[in-house]
Write a new protein. Structure first.
Length: 691
């Protein structure tokens, strides 16, 4: 790609779109109206999944405008009191850094460790402070728009999900099993549970089998490499430019391995292109997909699996992946009738050992690690001699961009999702009243806390927004050989990377969460409440090393509470984190100050704080608003209550207020987050650098 184009597309960070050349028919396709026959999900006639390899969200999109990236105003604090960005490296600390190379998108970065053992060791029980010792310095590398112009432009043109997680704190295969089956055989049957890339052969049910017996058409598009049999390693080959890299994980199930030639499971999962006999020409990789799109025989559900060199798995470059993704998009765009009825989900199977700053939501393993109103059955791995016990997931955030006429316009969606959400979308589209299309493998906890991805779509008012995409001709590999690693060297003077300024339009979310606290003798009690429409996970960290991080799963309409013992000097310092920037901070000493509670009036976008003075003398509360930089004084008499109403219309529902009390040294309560009212909004102006 020309250097001019790379610079030009930087303007997409909030400035007018560039009039660049469009690949193929994409320009016309972006102007094609969505199939709006019913104004519902039923208008989606083709669902396509393209799962790439091994990249975390921050590693790719931490600098992208308007997503929860490097400018997150409330990152988790490590046990040493520093923010999660400051990862200990044995001698000091390492922050995210961009390798000093001209173009990281063309760089062959080393492959960090990304297994169950090192993943759980880095996660460290939720303390999240051991990434560099377990993953190496390359874990902290990141890209910018200059490095990933195509990936950034896709996010600007369509919808990016910035709270989409891989399903398991571990490697490729178990994460892909979640996409195709909903779990890893968690109940111990059918050869499970599987937390490694053992590929030993399994027998639990898969979602394509449900589609097949219920008359929903489906197919896997792949290259056969040297054969889709065990002798051919189920499509994996030492030649990285052919085959499927072994990423068609359905082929590790006996029912597919043993399917007779000509049967549906064999025809739809064990066939593909054979470019090895055609000079290994990458242009031939998607010939069968192209032919089916052109002939309008694309199935209702499609999975696409790339050869190793095009998966973006290190050390392969992101540019090769961008070229491959563009081939898929250009094929779809070449047929307007298909484009108008399709939804393409582009995501990554796991983080690949690359760091992401959002600590993944996990179910509590014991009462010392939190509570859940939802059953956590089959969500805790019991452990083996080779792999420690722990929660299966969720895993770290990975990129997810949804390309569709119902998702265009540069939106962000911050609802919690994982790979089982892909199955949930298929359920929402095809199940109706058919219970056989509801995947029973998905555990109660996971089904409760993750969404079905429908909130990322606008089925009622589609056809908004149009952004040009850059050419990718220069991204195609010219030399079809392996390349050596380029080992990144951390900077001598590390600093937190800058995120692009500006906000994005944001989809409405189903969350309305509450967390209020009060001192009770030698304990601090936090009361949690969920008045929203979706189950949520709240996580609590204490600066006291005696307290493990805790996780609280709360269903709509329910409450729960928990208590933390104060330090020997009576002090406490607790932080609560939840979806879409939900944040509470409670700190103080042994002297009881006032009790504060927060509530909302969603219809009016108003935050209400109530202060209760339990003492015998009046107190003055200072309320500092981060968005206006103004401080309000609230005087509360002895044994009295007083409320403070704060309008949030100007900030589109965003709030961040800190309360201190005169005479109460160390006392501080902070409330931050976004008030949802069921309507579209914007991303956090503080995160966007506008405040």
């Amino acid at each position: 790609m020309a250097e001019f184009d790379r610079r030009a597309f930087l303007q997409m960070a909030g400035l007018p779109a560039v009039a660049a050349a469009l690949p193929g028919n994409l320009g016309k396709a972006l102007a094609i109206p969505a199939n709006n026959r019913t104004g519902s999900i039923a208008d989606v006639e083709h669902v396509i999944f393209l799962m790439q390899e091994n990249r975390s969200f921050d590693h790719y999109f931490g600098t992208l405008r308007g997503v929860r990236g490097f400018a997150d105003p409330h990152p988790v604090k490590l046990p040493n009191g520093k923010s999660v960005w400051h990862q200990p490296d044995g001698e000091g600390e390492l922050l995210p850094f961009r390798p000093e190379v001209p173009d990281v998108g063309k760089t062959f970065l080393p492959d960090p460790p990304h297994g169950w053992k090192d993943g759980h060791a880095a996660w460290n029980g939720g303390r999240y402070d051991a990434y560099v010792p377990n993953k190496g310095v390359q874990t902290m590398t990141h890209h910018t728009r200059d490095d990933l112009p195509y990936q950034f432009a896709l996010a600007d043109a369509f919808t990016v999900c910035d709270n989409y997680h891989c399903s398991l704190l571990g490697p490729t295969d178990p994460n892909r099993y979640h996409m195709w089956t909903g779990w890893v055989g968690n109940d111990g049957k059918g050869g499970g549970p599987v937390v490694t890339n053992a590929e030993a052969g399994y027998d639990w049910s898969t979602y394509p089998e449900r589609l097949e017996r219920n008359g929903v058409s489906w197919k896997i598009y792949q290259d056969t490499g040297t054969g889709l049999t065990k002798a051919g390693s189920w499509g994996w080959t030492s030649d990285p430019f052919i085959g499927n890299y072994g990423d068609n994980s359905l082929l590790y199930f006996h029912q597919y391995q043993n399917a007779a030639a000509g049967s549906p499971l064999a025809d739809k999962a064990r066939t593909g292109t054979s470019i090895n006999a055609q000079g290994r020409d990458p242009e031939k990789l998607l010939a069968d997909f192209r032919a089916d799109v052109k002939a309008h025989r694309l199935p209702e559900v499609t999975w696409i699996v790339a050869p190793e060199a095009f998966t973006e798995h290190p050390n392969w470059t992101p540019d090769f992946g961008a070229w491959y993704v563009d081939q898929v998009i250009d094929i779809l765009a070449s047929e307007p009738e298909i484009w108008s009825k399709m939804a393409l989900f582009i995501t990554y199977d796991e983080e690949g050992g690359f760091f992401d700053h959002l600590v993944p939501p996990t179910p509590p393993q014991s009462s010392a690690q939190g509570k859940s109103t939802v059953s956590t059955v089959n969500e805790i791995f019991p452990g083996t001699t080779d792999n420690p016990a722990g929660p299966y997931g969720l895993g770290l955030r990975v990129p997810m961009v949804i390309v569709s006429p119902w998702t265009r316009g540069g939106w962000v969606n911050s609802q919690l999702f994982d790979h089982t959400s892909l199955i949930r979308f298929l359920e929402a589209r095809f199940a109706g009243k058919n219970k056989d299309l509801i995947e029973s493998n998905i555990t109660p906890w996971r089904r409760a806390v993750t969404g079905d991805l429908t909130s990322a779509f606008d089925f009622h008012h589609p056809n908004r927004g149009r952004v040009n995409l850059p050419e990718t001709d220069d991204f195609k590999p010219a030399d079809l050989t392996r390349q050596p690693d380029l080992v990144p060297v951390p900077p001598a003077d590390p600093a937190l990377p800058k995120q692009e300024h500006g906000v994005r339009p944001a989809r409405a979310l189903p969350y309305a969460l509450h967390a209020d606290g009060h001192l009770d003798d030698a304990t601090y009690v936090i009361n949690f409440r969920n008045s929203g429409d979706a189950t949520a996970v709240l996580q609590v960290w204490s600066t006291d090393p005696a307290h493990e991080p805790r996780s609280f799963t709360i269903q709509p309409g329910l409450r729960m509470s928990d208590a933390w013992t104060t330090g020997a000097d009576g002090t406490y310092d607790l932080e609560v984190h939840g979806p879409n920037g939900f944040y509470r901070h409670f700190a103080g000493g042994s002297k009881k100050a006032v009790e504060i509670s927060a509530d909302y009036t969603a219809s009016d976008l108003e935050l209400r704080l109530e202060a209760r003075n339990t003492g015998s003398s009046p107190v003055t509360i200072a309320i500092k608003d981060r968005y206006t930089a103004k401080t309000t004084s609230l005087r509360v008499g002895a044994s009295a209550r007083k409320t403070w109403d704060h309008a949030l219309g100007r900030t589109r529902g965003w709030y961040d207020v800190t309360l201190t009390v005169s005479g109460a040294t160390g006392f501080e309560i902070q409330y931050a987050g976004h008030l949802e009212n069921g309507k579209e909004s914007i991303t956090d102006p503080v995160m966007g650098g506008l405040v």
